[in-house]
Design a binder for this molecule. Structure first.
Ligand code: SF4
Ligand code: SF4
Length: 338
């Protein structure tokens, strides 16, 4: 059945602003963080075995992003075609007339409506796991309980890693979580864009032991073209943190290596030069991959990198040698000795 055959009137879903990231906002409501994944037993996101918490929201919009569901700062519906049996329940249950079936027989979600929908009536009527939200709200108590349960699996060196998206974006929630983790003697790590106001960035870092920070391109214009924002704030924040005398954390700059976009010798050398100049010793290079491709389809988005290939092993070794030429230690991928 095509949606146009029904008699429902098309109305826009009620929109409620997602404001948990705004300092001082939601004072009248319980503090909650919006989280799109929690992975236990993680061995690539810091020292030891860890629990990695993936938080929604990001100040950048990188064209190669492998976690597109994390870019939304509010719940949106994801349609899993591989599980959908085209039963039509979601078409019937949507009060906003947002779902239809195309001439080719595929389910079509009107993203202009679904991406601002706050009610998600369709979700409860799908009995085949064809629909799912891109995240879940947790209070600090709920998340702490989960972390404390995982603690027994971490061993002596492990802890919690906050990733994303940009984990520092939901400012009140993450500050509360970092403080609670420190109070409970949990080792804390963040994987960050470092693209945040400096005062706030430095405030949060007081409670962080390890920082993995991206350095996507050293040229401001190129950085803006690839990510939607320039790099001056990012460089300033990393340098300010690296030179803070009373901060005894550890910083690992990371370069996501994207063929033909940021893998030139010139950019790699400029990155190594910067890292060396601010007194850091390590760079981690991560080869581009396409693991997030199916999530773009589930969100009804176009994946702009379908034809992009990962860098060759030879290219990664070449970049490693360039970086080592600056007297820095370079790790490829997740083969880190942490
Ligand atoms: S999310 Fe579900 S209920 Fe909301 S507009 Fe889309 S199909 Fe309708
Ligand atoms: S309710 Fe679920 S299985 Fe049925 S058409 Fe919608 S997504 Fe597919």
């Amino acid at each position: 059945m095509h949606k146009s055959q029904t008699s429902k009137t098309t109305t826009k879903p009620p929109v409620k602003e997602f404001i948990v990231e705004t300092p001082g906002a939601m004072k009248q409501e319980a503090l909650r963080g919006f989280i799109f994944d929690i992975q236990g037993h993680s061995v690539h996101d810091g020292p030891g075995t860890r629990t990695t918490v993936f938080m929604n929201g990001c100040p950048l919009n990188c064209i190669w992003c492998c976690n597109p569901e994390g870019l939304f700062r509010h719940p949106v519906i994801m349609h899993k075609k591989s599980k959908c049996v085209c039963c039509g329940n979601c078409i019937e249950s949507c009060p906003y007339d947002a779902v239809s079936i195309t001439k080719e027989g595929n389910l079509y979600f009107n993203r202009g409506l679904c991406d601002v929908c706050k009610t998600h009536e369709c979700l409860d009527t799908c009995y085949h796991d064809g629909l799912e939200l891109n995240g879940k709200f947790y209070t600090p108590d709920e998340l702490m309980q989960k972390l404390q349960r995982d603690r027994q699996f971490w061993g002596a060196k492990g802890g919690v890693t906050f990733s994303g998206g940009e984990p520092l974006m939901q400012s009140r929630f993450i500050l509360e979580m970092l403080k609670r983790c420190k109070k409970a003697y949990l080792h804390t790590c963040v994987e960050t864009t470092s693209c945040l106001p400096t005062d706030y960035y430095m405030d949060a870092m007081q409670y962080v032991d390890w920082v993995f920070t991206d350095l996507k391109h050293m040229n401001n214009g190129e950085h803006k073209a690839l990510t939607g924002a320039g790099n001056s704030l990012i460089l300033k924040n990393i340098e300010t943190l690296a030179k803070k005398p009373d901060w005894d954390g550890f910083i690992v700059p990371r370069i996501p290596v994207i063929p033909n976009l940021n893998d030139s010798d010139e950019n790699i050398c400029a990155t190594a030069d910067f890292v060396k100049a601010i007194g850091l010793e390590v760079i981690n290079i991560l080869p581009f991959h396409r693991l997030g491709e199916s999530k773009y389809r589930q969100l009804g988005k176009v994946y702009r990198f379908a034809e992009q290939k990962p860098p060759s092993a030879e290219k990664m070794c070449h970049i490693k040698k360039l970086i080592e030429g600056y007297g820095l230690v370079c790790f490829i991928g997740y083969e880190t000795p942490f």
